[in-house]
Design a protein around this ligand. Structure first.
Ligand code: CUA
Length: 325
C-alpha cells in the first residue's frame, strides 16, 4: 500500500502538481511541530521526574514560553492561509486557457457527463440533436484543460479524482467549477466524496484520458452507443424495464433504475462471454429471453421471481438490454 496520497505519489495533472509543494510544506511543518512537542514531553518527563530528595521548582508564568507558543502557531496559521489562498487562486481559475467545457450532473447514485456539441474534430451530437450525455465515465483528451460545471439533482455529492487534483462539491441549485487536465493517457479512478445515502460507496467516478489523436474516434463510438440506447427500436424495452419490477431490483447507471437486490446491469452486454445464472449460458438474445421468461425454472431458488411476462414484452426488454455495453 502506498504511504503517500495519490496526488503526491503519482500526480497526473496540472492541479495535482499545484498541490504537491503545499502538501510538503504543511507536512514538513507538522512533522517539526510533532517532533518538538514530543521531544519536550519526553525530555521533561525524564529531567523532572519525581526522585527521593528532589523537590521540583514551582514556576508561575513564563513570558518567553507564553509568547513563543502564541506567536509561533499564529505565524504558521497565517502563512499556511496565505499559501493555500494563493494555490486556490490558481486552482479556481478554471477559465484561463480552458479548451472544453463538460457539465457534470450528480445524482443518487451516479455522475452524468454532458459534453459540448463538439471539441476540435470530436463530434458529440447524438441522433436526438442534443449533445452526448453519458454516465459514470468521463473521457477527456490528454493535455486539454477541461472546465467542469458541476451540479447536483438531489443531495450534496463531491467530485474527486485524487491523481488529477482537488475535490469539489456538487450542490443542488448551484454550479461549482473544477478544472481537470491530464498529463498522460490512462484511467484515473475516483469516488463520490460526500456521504449521499445508501449508494454512496457505489458512486464511482472514472476519468479516461485519451491521446488527442484518438479522442475523435472515441467520441464517434460513444455517440453511436448512445444512439443505440435511444433507438426507437429499443426505446420500448427501456420503458418496460423501467416501469416493470426490473428497476426495483437492478441498477442501470444513467437511468432511474437503482435497485440493489439483483446484479447491476449497466454493462450486461459488454462481454458476450459473460455467463447468465444457472445453466442458461452466455449473454445473447435467446438466453436472456429464456432467463427472464422463467428464472425459477432455470435456477431454482434464485432471488429473481418469474414475472409471467409475455414473449413480446420479454423480447423488447432483451433488445434494450443488449444495448447496455
Ligand atoms: Cu454521491 Cu456520495
Amino acid at each position: 500500500m502506498p504511504v503517500l496520497p495519490p496526488w503526491v505519489s503519482d500526480p497526473a495533472g496540472a492541479s495535482a502538481r499545484e498541490i504537491v509543494p503545499l502538501y510538503w510544506i504543511m507536512f514538513g511543518a507538522a512533522a517539526v511541530v510533532l517532533a518538538i512537542v514530543l521531544g519536550a514531553l519526553v525530555w521533561s518527563g525524564i529531567r523532572y521526574r519525581e526522585r527521593p530528595g528532589v523537590t521540583a521548582q514551582q514556576v508561575h508564568g513564563n513570558n518567553v514560553l507564553e509568547l513563543a507558543w502564541t506567536v509561533i502557531p499564529t505565524i504558521m496559521v497565517v502563512t499556511f492561509s496565505i499559501l493555500s489562498f494563493q494555490r486556490l487562486l490558481v486552482l479556481n481559475d478554471v477559465d484561463t486557457g480552458a479548451d472544453m467545457t463538460v457539465k457534470v450532473h450528480a445524482r443518487q447514485w451516479s455522475f452524468g457527463f454532458e459534453y459540448p456539441p463538439s471539441y476540435k474534430d470530436a463530434l458529440f451530437t447524438t441522433s436526438d440533436g442534443k449533445a452526448l450525455l453519458a454516465a459514470e465515465e468521463l473521457h477527456i483528451p490528454v493535455g486539454a484543460k477541461v472546465k467542469l460545471e458541476i451540479t447536483s439533482q438531489d443531495v450534496i455529492h463531491s467530485f474527486w479524482i485524487p491523481n488529477l487534483g482537488g475535490k469539489k462539491d456538487a450542490v443542488p441549485g448551484r454550479t461549482t467549477y473544477l478544472s481537470l487536465q491530464a498529463d498522460r493517457a490512462g484511467t484515473f479512478k475516483g469516488q463520490c466524496f460526500e456521504f449521499c445515502g445508501d449508494g454512496h460507496a457505489d458512486m464511482l467516478l472514472i476519468v479516461v484520458a485519451h491521446p488527442p489523436s484518438e479522442y475523435a474516434t472515441w467520441a464517434k463510438s460513444a455517440v453511436e452507443e448512445f444512439n443505440r440506447s435511444i433507438d426507437p427500436a429499443t426505446a420500448k424495452g427501456r420503458e418496460l424495464f423501467l416501469s416493470l419490477a426490473c428497476a426495483g431490483c437492478h441498477t442501470v447507471k444513467g437511468t432511474p433504475a437503482n435497485g440493489k437486490v439483483g446484479p447491476e446491469l449497466t454493462h450486461i452486454a459488454k462481454d458476450p462471454n459473460h455467463k447468465l445464472p444457472g445453466s442458461v449460458g452466455t449473454v445473447n438474445a435467446a438466453n436472456l429471453h429464456r432467463w427472464i421468461k422463467d428464472p425459477q425454472k432455470e435456477k431454482p431458488g434464485t432471488l429473481m421471481p418469474t414475472l409471467g411476462l409475455d414473449d413480446a414484452t420479454i423480447d423488447q426488454i432483451v433488445n434494450w438490454l443488449l444495448t447496455l455495453k
